[in-house]
Design a binder for this molecule. Structure first.
Ligand SMILES: *[C@@H]1O[C@H](CO)[C@@H](O)[C@H](O)[C@H]1NC(C)=O
Ligand SMILES: *[C@@H]1O[C@H](CO)[C@@H](O)[C@H](O)[C@H]1NC(C)=O
Ligand SMILES: *[C@@H]1O[C@H](CO)[C@@H](O)[C@H](O)[C@H]1NC(C)=O
Length: 442
């Protein structure tokens, strides 16, 4: 039959989904994950003295009790097997290469204080950083009770040397020091997210006229469970259409998802867009395609303006200038990502602050560091007769060879497509490339 091959060809062409193609990639066994994480944690411990020296400190003292963890704690242990601190956990990082680093006590007897005292006398640090900060949570992990306990029990000679530091906890938590092995695992997590979104935003999972955003949100959660990953926020799916939003997926809708996963002490954060083809369409309307393209340019502006050493605010204003020069509109709200979903480091705008962000915007872009480029482009879409927001999010990493921030897995430049229900005359006409004819005939 003549129609057969033609039909296959047409479907093949229409099926070109977002780029690049993602496959589900099974994670290593938990035992292997733990071994990987331990090696990354070890590298981070080895990195700490350089951060202390950079900021003129000789030691960094963290102390906490079980379940009252310092936010920096999670970045200092393998999360696959260490779920909380125990008893009183006290960590002393220092710059003496001849001693273990950190020196750790897990002890809820007064013995911890005499041991700590003896160690401080031996090391004699002139400046000891502690995590106290009124504005940045990653730098504020010393609880009020632990601070009081330190002052009550430390020898006066060292109690007066405790000094709040913002840079040390922020830069240690921000550091991605696991090298190529860690990046490969991060890329694997990203690819799984892309594969999940490609499946979720397809006719395999969407029944046009029936599926709701909540159906997809819970499908994503179940998929994560099957993949052996968890998450740090409930995924959210929404419908964007000509006259606003909607409750049930319909032809001509734009679908939006904000989704992230967690494994091996790493987190991802992704926002993609899908389009539900009408029976007479093989591609989204040109105005929507242009809007996605414009939002892609904003992503590139942020990524390119993320020059190490610049503050988040400086990146924000440089990006806004690029946007103004290009005649593009939108809002920028990008954030570091790593051991936490919204991790330590330079915040580049916030959804409700399109300007300098108090305190968080003063943190600097670092090398060996990951950021979630999160923003919404705004473009007038003639087919919808209004300005439409195109929210996108993609994680970037520092490429030491090119010395630029690059997408970890890819950049969505095409809509995920939900094909119309098979069978209708319009569907056949579209597949045979006579959409215009069909439209006129209607
Ligand atoms: C700390 O140790 C030093 C040196 O051994 C000692 O002189 C001092 O009394 C100790 N301080 C406290 C509070 O135990
Ligand atoms: C950005 O906004 C300005 C001012 O409203 C408008 O003239 C311009 O066309 C917009 N750009 C895009 C790409 O929509
Ligand atoms: C598809 O049909 C709709 C009306 O149902 C029309 O507005 C649109 O222009 C058509 N699209 C194409 C590509 O023919």
């Amino acid at each position: 039959m003549l129609l057969g091959p033609l039909l296959v060809l047409a479907i093949g062409a229409a099926a070109a989904a977002a780029d690049p193609q993602a496959k589900y990639r099974p994670l290593p066994s938990l035992r292997e994950q733990d071994a990987l994480e331990r090696s990354w944690v070890k590298a981070r411990h080895a990195f700490v003295p350089s951060v202390l020296k950079k900021h003129g400190y000789d030691a960094w003292l963290l102390s906490m009790r079980e379940y009252g963890e310092d936010p920096a704690f999670r970045a200092l242990v393998p999360t696959t097997t260490v779920f909380s601190s125990r008893r009183r956990t006290t960590l002393l990082f220092h710059t003496d290469a001849s001693l273990p680093n950190p020196i750790t006590w897990i002890d809820n007897t007064p013995g911890v204080w005499s041991n700590l005292n003896a160690t401080l006398y031996a090391l004699d640090p002139a400046r000891i950083a502690v995590n106290i900060d009124q504005h940045v949570a990653f730098a504020d992990g010393l609880s009020a009770g632990e601070r009081d306990a330190l002052h009550a029990n430390l020898d006066a000679r060292y109690a007066v040397r405790l000094e709040p530091s913002r840079e040390i906890p922020v830069e240690v938590v921000a550091a991605r020091v696991g090298g190529a092995a860690q990046l490969a695992e991060y890329r694997r997590l990203q690819e799984n997210v892309w594969a999940m979104v490609a499946e979720g935003f397809s006719s395999h999972r969407v029944r046009v006229g029936e599926t709701t955003p909540a159906d997809l949100e819970w499908w994503f959660r179940d998929r994560m469970q099957n993949l052996g990953v968890t998450t740090w926020f409930q995924p959210s799916v929404s419908i964007i259409r000509k006259d606003g939003t909607g409750d049930v997926v319909s032809p001509g809708d734009v679908l939006h998802v904000d989704i992230g996963i967690t494994a091996m002490g790493m987190n991802t954060d992704t926002q993609h867009l899908g389009y539900v083809l009408r029976a007479n369409e093989t591609a989204p309307p040109a105005g929507l395609v242009q809007g996605l393209h414009n939002a892609n340019r904003l992503q590139d502006f942020v990524r390119e303006e993320m020059v190490p050493g610049r503050t988040g605010d400086e990146v924000f204003f440089a990006t806004k200038k690029r946007m103004a020069d290009a005649g593009l509109n939108g809002t920028i709200y990008s954030h570091p990502i790593g051991d936490y979903g919204h991790s330590a480091g330079a915040i580049i705008g916030m959804s409700d602050i399109q300007g300098a962000v108090p305190h968080l915007g003063s943190n600097k872009v670092l090398e060996n560091y990951w950021t979630s480029v999160e923003l919404a482009g705004e473009t007038y879409v003639p087919e919808w007769g209004r300005v439409v927001k195109f929210p996108l999010e993609e994680d970037v990493y520092w490429n030491a060879d090119t010395r630029t921030f690059e997408f970890v897995f890819g950049q969505q430049t095409q809509f995920h497509l939900v094909q119309p229900a098979r069978g209708g005359l319009g569907y056949l006409a579209a597949k045979l490339g006579v959409a215009a004819l069909w439209s006129q005939a209607k």
